[in-house]
Design a binder for this molecule. Structure first.
Ligand code: FMN
Length: 331
């Protein structure tokens, strides 16, 4: 008997993205979307075990609900990381089974693990043993020539057999050689049909679809055929899109961009005093006014200004003058 794990609202989530979804990004997104499930960047198990824990695991409770994504293939290490994730206050631990980068493949983890279902089952079983948090996986529909539906479903079944019941699926396969990680997010075709069929045939699993969603309607339409939709690049490049989807999903009011920036500027000043470089935090807001008058000036002024010595969160507050404030215009 497995113990029931906490149920999170997984209808909308923001994908784990290295060099994007760090704690500052998550704090900012949380100001725009109070309920969306957020994921960390992938953190290699070795970094968590041997590295600076505060650097790799520290976050602000205001970011919750947050899932910690781990990369690794050693059951003992992954179990330890899962326990640490719980101790540090995360809401979920997710195992990366989708990263095709050469470095990650050489380390024996990421998308490569789709070829090793028995090892993955061992890994997730050890993680489930080590924590009461939900253990989930983020995978692709296949890898290299293992790209038919039966292989995908068989892989899922093997992991579900070990006790995992939440599957986030990037709906394209990965090619382990010949494509860069970026190309691997663009070239293999999206096959949402695989993900929908998985949910139809295995209704007891929680299935979240990911890959290629750039518009609110298309994202929201997924909730029904599957349990949730995860946005990556679109949420980062156009964070207000996330706010729009969340507001539509929950029937809540849209946030005020300027109010979010004012609050983020306070956060930025507090972190600046702790030694975090300004640009590391301000880079996450560059897309906030996308498609609106002043968006270019907003981007440029902040990107350039954040590297100037002595700059602070005031840069964000002052840059609000450059953009039209659609919330005020509408009011
Ligand atoms: C810059 C960048 C970094 C990424 N890093 C990770 C990662 O750390 N872990 C992971 O599972 N996927 C990672 N991905 C893949 C995304 O989570 C997502 O699966 C992919 O971008 C497809 O979703 P999208 O079309 O909504 O962007 C990354 C994607 C990007 C663009």
């Amino acid at each position: 008997m497995t113990t029931p794990r906490q149920t999170l609202d997984r209808r909308l989530s923001v994908a784990p993205m290295m060099d994007r979804t760090d704690r500052h990004c998550r704090y900012f997104l949380r100001l725009l979307a109070p309920r969306t499930l957020l994921y960390t960047e992938m953190i290699p198990a070795g970094a968590i075990i041997h590295g600076d824990r505060e650097r790799f695991l520290g976050f602000d409770p205001a970011e919750r609900p947050v899932a910690l994504q781990i990369g690794g293939c050693d059951p003992g290490e992954l179990a330890r990381c899962a326990a640490l994730g719980e101790a540090w206050g995360y809401d979920e631990v997710n195992l990366n089974l989708g990263c095709p980068s050469e470095r990650v493949s050489q380390g024996g983890f990421g998308a490569r693990l789709i070829l090793e279902p028995a090892l993955v089952a061992e890994c997730v079983a050890a993680m489930l043993e080590a924590t009461a948090l939900p253990i989930t996986v983020k995978t692709r529909i296949g890898v290299d020539d293992r790209d038919d539906y039966d292989h995908f479903a068989g892989f899922v079944d093997r992991i579900a057999g070990a006790g995992v019941d939440v599957f986030v699926v990037h709906a394209r396969k990965a090619l382990l050689s010949g494509l860069s990680p970026k190309e691997n997010r663009e070239i293999p075709p999206l096959r949402y049909g695989f993900v929908h069929r998985l949910k139809r045939e295995r209704p007891g699993l929680t299935v979240v679809v990911n890959g290629g969603f750039t518009a609110a309607d298309a994202a929201l339409e997924q909730i029904g055929p599957v349990d949730g939709v995860m946005l990556g690049r679109a949420a980062y490049d156009n964070p207000f899109l996330l706010a729009e989807i969340e507001a539509a999903l929950h029937g809540i009011a849209l946030p005020d961009r300027a109010a979010a920036i004012e609050a983020y500027a306070d956060y930025v000043d507090a972190r600046l005093a702790e030694g975090v470089p300004l640009w590391r935090m301000t880079r996450h807001v560059l897309g906030l006014y996308r498609n609106l008058p002043g968006a270019r000036a907003w981007r440029r002024t902040i990107a350039e200004g954040a590297r100037r010595p002595g700059a602070t969160g005031a840069l964000l507050r002052q840059s609000l003058r450059l953009v039209e404030r659609p919330e005020r215009i509408a009011a």
